[in-house]
Design a binder for this molecule. Structure first.
Ligand code: NAP
Length: 285
């Protein structure tokens, strides 16, 4: 039996959708069952719990042989993930699958990847079988730029000549659903899967050009002030910690510290290419 966390969010929701499409039964730990009512209607077994409460996690893990750990970025992510990992270890969970990030590279000073590294280290030391799924920069991060591009013909972000590899969140969910339902689970034990879509690594001039092709007008990338940008997107973040952490990640993209690396892992495991950025934009329209 599978346990998912984060089903009311982007990644957990994408994974749940892909599992349901495969006809797989699974359990989801949620803080507020009312928020997950639509999932319950689709046959998902909903259990109320909170990663702040290890007893609720232990109860949710009963009868589970694989658990997917997905949590949002925040100053509490590392603590909550370490707590989940310890509870899972005590419960004798056979296999833990963690959503992580390819920026989780030793030597980083960026808070979000540092939290992922701490959790990955704890999982590797736990004795449980493990798999890390590390999707690159989500195409969904760029959803909000399309309308302004239609209106102004500009893509204004503080990315300089920085480059990214892009992934559709739906593909990340489909990937997790595939590996946790493969007949031979053991092929995925000890694997760190950095996944991307099929596009080459792109800078933001490339991204602006593709947006232009889809919306039917030329779109030009222009650098904007990083502080003003952070202020403008602050309402989309959980709090100041989250806003600062995302600004740190973006600065690392802009200065070339995390240039994005395209991989063929998605194609190799799924037997099909992921969604390209152009297809993603066309599906938005
Ligand atoms: N953005 C990117 O480009 C990118 C790329 C690769 C990886 N990632 C990773 O993706 C993750 C974020 O995932 P997301 O976008 O799916 O987040 P999200 O949409 O904010 O969803 C977070 C989920 O976690 C649940 N949750 C939060 N606190 C909880 C707690 N204490 N106990 C139980 N459940 C809790 C939330 O439940 P409620 O509904 O109750 O709040 C929600 O279902 C991060 O780890 C990030 O590093 C992001």
């Amino acid at each position: 039996m599978i346990l998912l966390t984060g089903i009311t969010g982007n990644n957990g929701g994408a994974t749940a959708t892909a599992l349901l499409e495969k006809g797989i039964k699974f359990r989801a730990l949620v803080r507020d069952p009312a928020k997950a009512a639509a999932w319950a209607d689709k046959g998902v077994e909903i259990v109320k719990g909170d990663l702040e409460d290890p007893a609720s996690v232990a109860a949710a893990l009963q009868g589970i042989d694989r658990a997917v750990l997905i949590l949002p970025n925040g100053e509490d992510q590392e603590r909550l993930e370490l707590s989940f990992i310890e509870t899972a270890k005590q419960a004798g969970l056979p296999w833990i699958i963690k959503l992580s990030s390819p920026e989780a590279i030793r030597g980083t000073t960026s808070p979000i990847p540092l939290a992922h590294i701490a959790a990955e280290d704890a999982i590797m030391a736990s004795g449980m079988n493990w798999t890390f799924v590390r999707p690159s920069f989500y195409m969904q991060n760029l959803r909000g730029v399309v309308q302004p591009a239609r209106e102004t013909g500009k893509l204004s972000w503080p990315m300089g000549d920085g480059t990214v590899a892009l992934t559709d969140t739906a593909d990340a969910g489909a990937f997790i659903a595939k590996i946790i339902t493969d007949a031979d689970s053991s092929q995925h034990y000890g694997q760190c899967y950095d996944i991307t879509g099929p596009d080459p690594v792109m800078n933001f001039h490339d991204i602006a050009r593709i947006i232009g092709e889809v919306i039917g007008r030329e779109v030009v990338y222009e650098d904007c002030d990083a502080d003003a940008f952070q202020e403008a997107i602050r309402p989309f973040h959980r709090n100041q910690w989250h806003s600062d952490a995302v600004a740190h990640l973006f600065a690392e993209i802009a200065n070339g510290a995390t240039p994005g690396i395209k991989t063929n892992t998605f194609q190799e495991i799924m037997g099909r290419p992921g969604t390209s950025f152009k297809e993603f934009l066309q599906n938005l329209a």
